[in-house]
Write a protein that binds this ligand. Structure first.
Ligand code: HEC
Length: 118
């Protein structure tokens, strides 16, 4: 319980640092950064959930629901740089900018938390 809370605080701090460091314009236009990011992530997620099940179930394709932000961002950057070799994911990652990856990370993380508390 308290461990989960600590994680959330840590991730939220990470989110703020990242957003303020790189995208201060975003902070100016949206009253709550967290909500804005997650909304963008939800919008973008339709490009992922045709393959990755939103239920978090694992098929032939791995689940991407409930990942820590750091891990999610790391993996997408690795596909983008070509370090991880999967042509489909490389093309998808190349079409995303940093802000979009962050938003997707925030959205899929949140979806995972919602399901855990159901
Ligand atoms: C056309 C199907 C397809 C779409 C669309 C797709 N993915 Fe993937 N994704 C895959 C497959 C297949 C893998 C496993 C690749 C591998 O084994 O290296 C994967 C792997 C991943 C992984 C690493 C999972 C792991 O456990 O290693 C992440 C994170 C990920 N995708 C995120 C996304 C995001 C975010 C989107 C939307 C922007 C997306 N994917 C859209 C097919 C897809």
């Amino acid at each position: 319980m308290s461990e989960g809370l600590g994680l959330l605080v840590r991730l939220f701090g990470f989110l703020l640092v990242t957003v303020f460091a790189g995208h201060s314009a975003l902070a100016d236009t949206h009253p709550t950064l967290e909500a804005a990011d997650i909304e963008l992530g939800e919008y973008l997620s339709s490009g992922c959930t045709s393959c990755h099940l939103i239920s978090g179930e694992q098929s032939n394709i791995p689940s991407i629901v409930g990942w820590e932000l750091e891990g999610f961002i790391y993996v997408l950057e690795a596909y983008r740089s070509g370090e991880l070799e999967n042509e489909v994911m490389q093309n998808i990652a190349l079409s995303l900018d940093d802000e979009e990856i962050l938003s997707l990370a925030a959205y899929f993380f949140t979806v995972g938390r919602d399901q855990e508390t159901e």
